[in-house]
Design a protein around this ligand. Structure first.
Ligand code: URA
Length: 436
């Protein structure tokens, strides 16, 4: 019995060429063995060709990406039968068709999950946000290559790499390359260390091209049923168990429509015992991709101001009033839009969970959205900033500007003046939060 050895699990072109040659040579499905990797037999010389219904090819391209060794013979059986004239996809009850459809569905769902759940940390770079975004994901099926094509189309600009146990994808300026996989890192720090040690080697070993089918079939796929975030993604998990649970639930939040266009939920982060809670508006473009609050330009400015105010960011719990990025598309750009009161109200559920669990001494409301969300009324920042007030027994509130306000000021002198006032507010906040 001939054995067909594919170059790798995702060698769609190799499988297609072998299936064609075998059908044309009249090699029946039960007379051939399939494997990924290793040695195989030479294929019969194939003369001519034949067509297959487009729907069957689409089904096969998806099912081929399933992590199931039986998919190779299963799909060959379907091709064999279709070539013999059977209208296999029209059959109401057919075990092969049903099995292939189930695999295709699982692949679609996993590809979607990968695209929405992969999170990135920044390796290297500077305060301007350069460097490379590194993501980790352990896909249940072989969906890295197709998903990477879609992610590269959506995010061609920042350089990024996605590492998985099966392989890695690397994108630079829209140019996509694929390389070897890596063992699962334990957490973000291990992922960063792994990239530090092996990033150069992984990039050097990456090659352009994939034979995995067009990604459109995945893109048009319906969203999968709600499921919790997959465990193995190296994501920031709050140290507090209740917050960890809430952040996992928030991944599936449907309390308002903002979840749909956004890449992911961006939950707050910080130590459970934080005395100081900082609340911003909503994740921005970069936060939406990276999955962490205040890591883009406003976050860099906030970091600088915190440092000048003598506040260690690692000791602060930082979150947003709204956990999804709200934007409008303009060409390739995603332009920030303010959340409306209904969206703030819907998301106050998660902010309340964070506020109750962290129970900080001081809550700093940065900007009008944070202030309105927490106080439940419109707030004029210039009128209320810098004056501590009782938020609840034992808990103080404090209003200040949002760092994005500083970024938007066109005049350098005004920018410098407002920045100094912001640092002064943070210093005052540190004094209140730290005072006994
Ligand atoms: N602006 C915010 O309010 N929050 C972020 O996380 C980033 C920008």
């Amino acid at each position: 019995m001939p054995t067909v050895a594919l170059a790798r699990e995702t060698d769609w072109a190799g499988w297609r060429a072998a299936a064609r040659a075998l059908v044309l040579a009249g090699v029946a499905p039960d007379a051939v063995r399939w494997r990924a990797g290793g040695a195989g037999d030479a294929l019969p010389a194939a003369e001519g060709g034949f067509g297959l219904p487009r729907a069957l090819v689409d089904l096969a391209t998806l099912a081929f990406q399933a992590r199931d060794p039986d998919r190779f013979p299963l799909l060959y059986r379907l091709v064999w039968r279709a070539h013999a004239g059977e209208r296999v996809l029209d059959l109401a009850l057919d075990p092969d068709v049903d099995a292939a459809r189930a695999l295709a569905l699982a692949v679609r769902a996993e590809a979607h999950r990968m695209r929405t759940h992969v999170r990135f940390l920044r390796a290297g770079g500077d305060a301007g946000g350069g460097g490379r975004l590194i993501g980790w994901y352990a896909p249940a099926h072989f969906v890295l290559e197709a998903s990477a094509q879609l992610i590269a189309r959506r995010f061609p600009d920042p350089s990024w790499s996605i590492l998985t146990p099966d392989g890695s994808a690397h994108c630079d300026g829209g140019d996509l390359r694929f390389g070897p996989g890596v063992a699962p890192p334990a957490d973000d720090a291990a992922l960063a260390a792994l990239w530090g040690e092996r990033g150069g080697e992984l990039l050097a070993g990456a090659r352009p091209g994939t034979s995995v089918p067009e990604a459109e079939a995945l893109e048009e796929a319906p969203r999968p049923p709600d499921r919790p975030a997959l465990g193995p993604v190296v994501r920031h998990v709050p140290a507090d168990a209740a917050l960890a649970e809430a952040s996992a639930e928030a991944v599936r939040c449907r309390r308002c429509p903002l979840w749909e266009p956004a890449t992911q939920t961006v939950f707050g982060e910080g130590p459970p015992g934080a005395r100081l809670l900082l609340v911003g508006e909503q994740p921005g473009d970069q936060e939406d991709v990276i999955g962490r609050p205040f890591v883009g330009p406003a976050g860099q400015l906030l970091d600088q101001a915190l440092e000048e105010a003598g506040i260690d960011r690692r000791a602060v719990y930082i979150t947003n009033a709204v956990k999804h990025f709200k934007f409008v598309r303009r060409g390739k750009r995603r332009i920030h839009e303010r959340p409306d009161p209904a969206e703030m109200h819907a998301c106050a559920f998660w902010l309340d969970v964070e506020r109750v669990r962290i129970a900080p001494r001081l809550t700093v409301l940065m900007g009008a959205t944070a202030a309105r969300s927490v106080l439940g009324r419109p707030v004029t920042i210039t009128r209320e900033r810098g004056r501590p007030f009782e938020l609840a027994p034992g808990a103080t509130g404090f209003v200040t500007v949002h760092p994005s306000f500083l970024l938007r000021l066109p005049d350098e002198a005004a920018k410098a003046r407002e920045y100094r006032a912001f640092v002064a507010d943070l210093r005052e906040a540190a004094r209140i939060a730290g005072g006994g």
